[in-house]
Design a protein around this ligand. Sequence first.
Ligand code: HEM
Length: 510
Amino acid sequence: MAEFTICVVVILFSIILTWLFGVSRKRQPRANEPPLVNGWIPFLGVALSYGRNPLAFLRSTQKKHGDIFTCKIAGKYITFITDPFSYSAVFRQGRNLDFQKFALGFASKVFGHADFSDPAYSGSYDGIHSIFRQTLQGPALEQLTTSMMDNTQIIMQRNTLPGWMKEGLQKFTNRIMFEAGYMTLFGKDERVLAEEDSVEKRPLMQKIIEDFLVFDKAFPEMAAGVPIHFCLRAFRAREALAEMLHHKHLRRNHCLSALIERRIDAFDRISHVIDELGKARTHLSMLWASQANTLPSAFWSLYYMLRSPGALNAAQREVDRVLRESDHNPVIPGRPLILSKEQLDSMSVLGSIIEEALRLSSASIMIRVVNHDFTLALDSGLTRDIRKGDYIAMYPQMIHMDPEIYENPTEFRFDRYLDENGQKKTDFYKNGRRLKQFLIPFGSGTSECPGRFFAMCEIKQFLALVVWHYEMELEDVENSPLTTDSTRAGLGILPPKRDVELRYRSREHA
Ligand code: HEM
């Protein structure tokens, strides 16, 4: 409560200051610029209407002003492109638009590491950035997938008791996915491994998860510009997590991923410009990127699958078939299951369940900073002048919830992404034209999430393992469906507003 009051005071204080210093003077639109939606509140502009419900706001503004318009939001001018056919026109503007400047500037405030968009780091940071693709995709993905499969099973077995067990579905998902993902990337900490084999007696891992969730929960405030020092609990959690990610600790962990090993080496090579705490905080940003969207995505995938008998049946049949028909990785009772990357790729039902869950819960925004004045040509042929210093944004939820592209868009249909042969469906249409971009939970263009293939694999592994090992049911399945917590709109996958009780017990396999 105290943190909330401080946030409100800070926001009000900055509005008054900005007003006093006259920054809020109306800007004069220039000829051929997109229509300007200023709002009536000084400085904030339309921030409140946008913040209340971005999708509804953008839809109604699109109706009034068309496919391109500029909104004043908290002192910034953001030009929204709402026509999906024009997204590629934006991605082609690499020279005029910069993703890194926005993302790295925000990351440095939230995680407390150096601002790598500063020209002082440009040479060294480009090399560090390229490590993402080299270690999260292609051949490196096989190793990560194997390691994730082992770790997920270690955690699941540790907690399996005879008879029915009860746990919140979100708690269940976070507990398994966080620790498995953490061990897969950051290796196995001896102190964590030494802990007893039960949830209650694992104070260190529980503390890491709790700190992560506290830090993550403060993201909407931090994204709204509230300095982390005003979010005291989040600040303390961040510092505790960073302490654990110091190179001296990470180097002692067993089975570090290539991603983290190479990042440790790369940051050590620039020790003259970054200290040990700064390095640890960059690893925290990696931890956040790898978990913040994966946890709610895994939650929604499992939740929707359990609520839809058709989805659960189809998933069970697919998992049984892939596991039992494999000559390479036969199921041996009492031994951990093996699912190769190729087998995971062949699981199109699980793929469709996950993609449908992502469509329903994703609310990310793609933002670029405008580096130079330039003219943007939309797909319709319309051209508009864009100003240096403004932002360009796309909000893919407008595509995901478009009834012309997706019939009954608020409904979960587990086979929405399956074609008539049960393979991945990729043809979706708007205005009679096939869309290139119809599902964008991972962003697109140069900033597209480098962890997307790993994320899909780890969620498929999680679903396959719980389907194989457990009989599961939701306690209040008759109640109305859960809704998303839209205070995080713009930040990625929305979490649920509340948890729901899960009952599960081990499945007997013949
Ligand atoms: C379902 C899970 C995930 C979702 C929905 C997701 C989504 C996203 C999105 C929307 C972006 C920003 C793209 C943009 O602005 O255009 C992003 C960036 C990023 N993601 Fe993911 N992500 C997921 C999982 C992961 C995982 C598992 C990892 C790593 C293991 C990861 C690593 C990253 C990194 C490093 C970036 C920053 C890329 C850059 O700076 O260029 N993500 N992700």
